[in-house]
Structure formats: C-alpha cells, structure tokens
Design a protein around this ligand. Structure first.
Ligand SMILES: NC(=O)c1ccc[n+]([C@@H]2O[C@H](COP(=O)([O-])OP(=O)(O)OC[C@H]3O[C@@H](n4cnc5c(N)ncnc54)[C@H](O)[C@@H]3O)[C@@H](O)[C@H]2O)c1
Length: 432
C-alpha cells in the first residue's frame, strides 16, 4: 500500500519505518527541514533501540522516503496518517489541536482522488468529526474518509510494540476504509494482534481511557508505597501479590517517581478538559492528576529528610534523567522539577544519562552533565537512581564513589536492599 506519515516524531517515524518494513511504500513528511535532511542521511533524531538499522534498510530498498513536500506526499499515497503533536495548550489543560487542524487544512488542497485520512495522534473524542468538517468545506465527502487509529507504542520498546501490539484499534464505520485498513494490518493480525473495529469516536476515547487507566495504576501503587513505608511492608510483595490476580495484572504496578513522559500527564489533563466540555465528572482521573503532582513534592521532601534538611552544598548525582529507560524523551520527566528545586536549595548536581546531555538543565545553576558514570558519582554525598536503565543495575558503588559516607536513593527499586546493607551503604528506596 502507499502510505504517508505526516509528522515524523516518535510515533510517525517508528510507524513509518515499520510499515515500510512490512512491504508498504511509505513517505514520511515533516515540516522540519533539518530533521528530514538528516533522516535522508540516515541520522535518526530520537533514541529508539533498533530504529536506525531498520530505517537504513528500508530507505536503501526505496520503500521509505523522506520529504517536506506535502503535495508530493499526498498525491503519491492512498492512506494518510496524521502523527503530529497534541501537547497541552498554553494557559489551559486541554489538548492543543492546532497542529492536527493545520494538517487537515493543508492536506485538503491536494486531495484529487479517494484518500483515507487517519489520526494516529492522540486526539480528544469528536476531533475526527471536526477534521471531517474542515476537509469537507473544500472537498467532496466521497473523496475522503476520516478514521481513528490510536497509537499505543511505548518509547524504548516501540519497534516491538508496533510488530507485536496487544491490539489494533480502528475507529471507522466506513466499509471501504475498514476493508483497506484491515488489509494493511493483516501481517500483524496474522501474528496474533487483536483487531478491534469501533466507531471513530470510540477509538479516540479508547486511547484516553487506556492512558488514564495506566496512570491510575501507577498513582495507586505509588500511594500504597507511601503506606508501606509507614508500616514496614515491602511494596514489591504487594505488587507481586496483586499482580498475580489476572483481573489486576502485574504491569504498571511498580512504585517509583511521579509518572511523566509525553503522554500520561498531558492525556490525563486533556481527558478532564474533555469531560468538562461534555458536562461529566471524571473524579477518579482528577484525583490521579492531583496525586501525581503531590508525588514529586513528596519525593523531594524525602530527599530533604535523607540529607537531614541540609541540601546546601551537598553533591547530588542523578543517574538517569529521562522519564523512563531506553528513551531520550525528557517531556514531563520528574527530574525536570527535582533538579531545579535542589539547585535552588544550593545543591551541586551532576547527572549522567545514557542518552547524554540535556538542554533542559543547561541554564540551571550548579548543574552539570557527566559523560561517564564514574565521573558523575565520584564525589557524591547522595546518588539518586532516577531512571531504571539496565546500566545502573549492577554498579559497584564502593568502587565508584570516593566519599565514604555517601547515600543511595533508589527511586526505581532496581538494587537489592540486602546487598546494599552487606556493602555497608546507606540506602533508601521506594516503599521498602
Ligand atoms: N511519544 C509517544 O510515546 C506516543 C505514544 C502514543 C501516542 N502518541 C501521540 O502521538 C502524537 C505524536 O507524538 P510524538 O511523540 O511522535 O510527537 P513529536 O513531537 O515527537 O513529533 C511530532 C512531529 O510532527 C511534526 N509536525 C508538526 N506539525 C506539522 C505539520 N503541519 N506538517 C508536518 N509535520 C508537522 C513536528 O515537526 C514533529 O516532528 C501525539 O498526539 C502523542 O500524544 C505519542
């Protein structure tokens, strides 16, 4: 099939590359000229394991193309995926849909033959209706169909998630569209992916409901971890005991810092805004957003307590600053609130992240990046394991740190309390 991905960020690029690997002709379009020029040279703008190899292979085969020319992209494809960003609006919690609507207005200029236009971007329920009305102002309704195909891939596991999704959700009631999309996804369906066909609005809402539910699971276990800390219970026993109940499931039951990333924070906020628009009270989601906000503050007060309220001049090392492992994505990572706060309180902060330097901390006083773990940890009073990279799971801290009295605060519970005790290292973790 001939596809076009509009917006080649984490979602558009990964899905474009993977669709081409399934044998489709894919044109990846972005308005960012530098990004497109780099992609043509095989330079991948994001950290996503396995993506570079797959991209080069399919680019070489000629099935994958990169362009900034929308007319070329639309004219030469039958299926158009909208994969642009839907961040939170400025001065509001609603989703900013301007990128999506701009694409709709641009694309309609070049529709001459039947096109299926699909939102892969996460968009609030009824956005598809609005896109349809934008396009139908200039184009005959028979020449296009609007569907929703929300994306569930996780950064860091994106290629695996594309190839082996738990489910594929298609929101469309148009027979022709459904037939074509089922065929497009048939290589994944034949490998066992569940194919769910629903209304366009249904698909839009499935995405938000899924993200809000996962955010709820994380916030829930984080709050239970707080109770564990007070009652000397190990949160990992709770996660294990709960997770083995098939009705609950073990995933997203690991206590840690506040959830972050490019999806959960903005999507939970946007869902609350959508519910207001339709005069519905999503009180659970509201509590989750509140609980997550509290979480960052709570962990900061924990750090303060660990340092006996003496943060000034303390040397603090952050291991990992991204919101999760195997990605370079910093969007809404809890480190973005923790590091500036600690710097303001007079701490001297070094951070090491396997994906390197982060612009976000460039202008923050007393914060520097180290390109190797040893240099980052060397003189630390406190080492904070912020992100669960494998790189941090077997570190020998006694060999890394000169300061004999250093403390480790493991916000991901990736180290063994027993081992740390044996090594005579002062160690704190979450809910243990
Ligand atoms: N990142 C994730 O893990 C993830 C997972 C599932 C769903 N989503 C959703 O997918 C959507 C995209 O997310 P992302 O993380 O890939 O975003 P992103 O910010 O990484 O990428 C968006 C891209 O769109 C481009 N763009 C914006 N306007 C454009 C236009 N008019 N024409 C061409 N290109 C344009 C930008 O230059 C950018 O490269 C969002 O709605 C997000 O909520 C993201």
């Amino acid at each position: 099939m001939r596809l076009c991905m509009i917006g080649v960020g984490y979602v558009g690029l990964v899905s474009g590359v993977c669709f081409s690997d399934l044998g489709n002709d894919v044109i990846c379009l972005d308005k960012d000229k530098e990004k497109i020029n780099n992609l043509k040279k095989g330079i991948v703008p994001i950290y996503e394991p396995g993506l570079e190899e797959l991209l080069k292979k399919n680019y070489k085969s000629g099935r994958l193309k990169f362009t900034t020319d929308l007319k070329y992209a639309v004219t030469n494809s039958n299926i158009i995926f909208i994969c642009v960003g839907t961040p939170t609006k400025k001065r509001s919690n609603a989703a900013d849909l301007s990128q999506v609507y701009n694409v709709a207005k641009e694309v309609r200029k070049y529709i001459k033959k039947f096109k299926i236009i699909i939102t892969k971007s996460t968009v609030p329920v009824t956005t598809g209706d609005a896109i349809k009305s934008i396009i139908s102002k200039k184009i005959n309704k028979k020449l296009f169909s609007i569907a929703s195909n929300p994306e569930f891939l996780r950064e860091g596991e994106a290629i695996r998630d594309f190839n082996y999704p738990d489910r594929i959700v298609i929101g469309s009631t148009d027979k022709k569209t459904n037939k074509i999309l089922k065929l497009l996804y048939s290589p994944l369906i034949s490998k066992g992916a569940k194919y769910i066909n629903t209304s366009r609005r249904g698909a839009e809402l499935i995405k938000y409901a899924s993200n809000a539910f996962l955010a709820t699971k994380i916030s829930f276990i984080n709050e239970i971890a707080n109770l564990c800390e007070k009652t000397e219970v190990n949160i990992e026993d709770i996660s294990l005991g709960m997770g083995h109940d098939k009705r609950i499931g073990s995933r997203f039951l690991r206590a840690g810092p506040a959830y972050g990333g490019s999806c959960f924070p903005k999507d939970t906020r946007a869902l609350i805004e959508t519910s207001k628009k339709f005069d519905t009270d999503l009180s659970i989601v509201k509590s989750v957003v509140k609980s997550n906000k509290k979480r960052s503050k709570l962990l900061l007060s924990r750090i303060s307590k660990i340092l006996k309220n003496k943060i000034r001049n303390k040397k603090i090392c952050f291991l990992g600053v991204t919101f999760k492992a195997n990605t370079d994505d910093m969007r809404e990572s809890s480190s973005l609130s923790m590091i500036p706060y600690l710097s303001k309180k007079g701490a001297k902060i070094k951070y090491y992240d396997p994906t390197g330097f982060k612009k976000d901390f460039e202008k923050i006083k007393n914060v520097s990046n180290s390109s190797d773990i040893k240099a980052a940890c060397k003189d630390s009073d406190l080492i904070i394991i912020h992100t669960e990279w494998n790189d941090f799971k077997s570190l020998n801290f006694r060999n890394l740190v000169n300061n004999k009295k250093f403390i480790v605060y493991d916000m991901r519970n990736i180290l063994s309390s027993e081992k740390m005790k044996k090594d005579n290292i002062k160690y704190f973790s979450i809910g243990r």
